[in-house]
Design a protein around this ligand. Structure first.
Ligand code: AHR
Length: 312
């Protein structure tokens, strides 16, 4: 019937269009918004019908979205899981319905036979790179660090904390004196930094800020300036993501280093999915994206210009 007519018109080689549900966390950061943009662009480029659901930071909304995708009988599901735990039941339901699930940018603590593959960076490594940068740039002087953590219970918050602590371990002059969540947002980053500054003698006791993402760092930079200190000098600033605005801050000398996270998780995810569905190629359980360190020495405004074309 209709299918035969379609293949007669479009040629027998055209695979039927895939329908993919995407449960996104929300739009807490510039990086997250870019990931959404890139995912939509990648889907369109490949003729994939993308059903997009924004969970507004709530796991229960993500679980609802997944159940609705399963009920609609989508061909596959992309899931950016807000937190690590609590996914077993819904992932079992997808598995029973034979709908492959691909994790995007964050991991879950469930058994890995509940999903096809995970496209993420090495989140622990990112924390290590950030910590290593501080170790190398602080030298022998005593350095009190304040930490802005990502969303509580999320894999990047857990892993980036762990990696950073590993990197500074054994360097007794480096000490984390305060650590609190800023939920990966600019507003919260600023708010929490204000409280750190107040509690630490107006900032005089603070030597460095480690933020689990650039947006929190950018909010904190604002707070540091309002407290009459120079971010990047009086308080060193190191963070993760490499969003365009952090390159402006690097250029202005107000940030010191960032570890890049690509917003293009969907490209590798769709490649793996198409190979799996069309040719039966089973992907590895982890498809790792690159992490790269940028500092003030890396021509920040040039990178800023390049970044603006990548979904930002
Ligand atoms: O999971 C990746 C993290 O989530 C990004 O580093 C952060 O900006 C986002 O909110």
């Amino acid at each position: 019937g209709a299918t035969m007519l379609a293949s007669a018109v479009f040629g027998a080689t055209a695979a039927s269009a895939l329908t993919v549900g995407f449960s996104q966390i929300g739009s807490e950061s510039g990086w997250r918004a870019a990931e959404t943009t890139v995912t939509k662009q990648e889907a369109e480029r490949r003729g994939i019908d993308l059903k997009f659901a924004d969970a507004q930071q709530k796991q229960e909304n993500q679980i609802k979205a997944l159940r609705s995708f399963i009920a609609q009988g989508v061909d596959a599901i992309l899931l950016a899981p807000v937190v690590e735990t609590g996914w077993e039941s819904v992932l079992e339901e997808a598995k029973d319905a034979e709908i492959p699930v691909i994790l995007l940018d964050r991991t879950v603590s469930a058994s890995d036979d509940l999903y096809l593959t995970a496209v993420t960076s090495d989140l622990v490594h990112e924390g290590r790179v950030a910590g290593q940068w501080l170790v190398e740039n602080v030298g022998d002087r005593a350095c009190n660090i304040v930490e802005l953590q990502g969303t509580t219970g999320s894999s990047p918050a857990i892993a980036r904390k762990k990696g950073f602590e590993e990197a500074i371990a054994g360097h007794d002059n480096l000490k984390i004196i305060r650590s609190q969540t800023g939920d990966f947002t600019r507003t919260k980053g600023k708010e929490v930094m204000e409280s750190f500054l107040k509690a630490e003698n107006g900032g005089a006791n603070i030597c460095a800020l480690y933020a689990h993402n650039d947006d929190m760092a950018l909010g904190a930079i604002q707070a540091i300036k309002e407290a009459g200190l120079k971010p990047g000098e009086d308080i060193l600033v190191v963070s993760i993501d490499a969003v365009p605005d952090i390159f402006k801050a690097l250029d202005a000398g107000e940030a010191n280093a960032t570890v890049e996270l690509t917003p293009n998780m969907a490209g590798p995810a769709f490649d793996a999915l198409e190979a799996y569905l069309n040719d039966g190629v089973v992907p590895p359980k982890w498809i790792q994206t690159e992490s790269k360190l940028y500092t003030q020495a890396d021509d920040p405004m040039k990178v800023y210009e390049e970044k603006k074309n990548l979904g930002y």
